[in-house]
Structure formats: C-alpha cells, structure tokens
Write a protein that binds this ligand. Structure first.
Ligand code: MG
Length: 160
C-alpha cells in the first residue's frame, strides 16, 4: 500500500542592501538580498521545512543547527540536499511541491522557470512536479516596498 504525506513550510527574511539575492537556489538581479547566517534563501528554507515536515523529521533549525560546525554558514542547497538524504533513507519520494513567494522586492515571474528547474534538480525530481509563483503584497503590511520576502511551501511525499 502506498503511503502519502503532506508537509507545510514557511519562512521570512528581511531584504537588505549589500547581499546577493539568492532565492529558490538561484541568484536574482536585485539591489537587495535576504539577510541571514547562510545565504538567507527563504525559498529553500521553506521548502526544506515542508519536506522534513511531511516526513515527520522535525525541522531545519533542529536538524541542522548553525551552532554545529558542519552546518555553520552552510549554503541552503547543501541543507536541502542533507534533508533529501534523510528522506531517501526513509524511502520517501517527492510527489510534488508548490511554493508561493510573497515580496515586493525582486520580480519573481521572469525567474520562475529557473527556480523550478534548480529545485527539481536539488530534490531529484521532474520540473513539472515543482511549481513556483510570485505574489505582490499590494503595498500592504510590513513587507510593503520590498523590505522582505515571505515564502510558503507545501510538499507531498509518497512511499511504497
Ligand atoms: Mg530562513
């Protein structure tokens, strides 16, 4: 019998000047980038938490604490790779992932295809199983004017 699970991830980072704008595993041309210990890739952080959540494997900060030398300043793609390794050990495969990136910072639409391809590659799955969409915030709330990026990710996993 096939077992199916879903997991939810969320992340929020401030966008500041002088940081590369790395989101969804790619670098976007933008004057500000996400603040953080690592590259601050809020998209990969939300996705990784959704994957771990679906598999019942705790969360990003608990499994890969930045107080541990191995993970200190680690690139978010490496953390996602380490999470995927745990999933594979538990025989989980990715059905699909769907991601919403809410920001008034970098334009997401021109980079959706590249993000999907990169995240599919990192998860070892097909690009049509990974979806990304950008949402503007209508100038409302604390993230108005491109001060930050908020990300929601949902993932479905399957194992036989
Ligand atoms: Mg984060």
């Amino acid at each position: 019998m096939t077992e199916t699970r879903v997991g939810l991830g969320f992340d929020l980072h401030r966008l500041v000047e002088g940081r590369p704008c790395i989101l969804g595993g790619i670098t976007l041309p933008h004057v500000k980038g996400p603040q953080g210990h690592s590259d601050g890739d809020a998209v990969l952080h939300a996705l990784t938490d959704a994957l771990l959540g679906a598999a019942g494997l705790d969360d990003l900060g608990t499994l890969f604490p930045d107080t541990d030398e191995r993970w200190k300043g680690a690139d978010s793609a490496t953390l996602l790779g380490a999470a995927m390794e745990r999933l594979r050990e538990a025989r989980w495969t990715v059905n699909n992932a769907d991601i919403v990136i809410a920001t008034e910072g970098p334009k997401i639409a021109p980079h959706r295809a590249a993000m999907r391809a990169r995240m599919a590659e990192l998860m070892g799955t097909d690009v049509e199983r990974v979806n990304v969409k950008g949402k503007s915030l209508e100038g409302l709330g604390a993230l108005a004017g491109g001060t930050g990026v908020a990300v929601q990710a949902i993932v479905s996993l399957e194992r036989l």
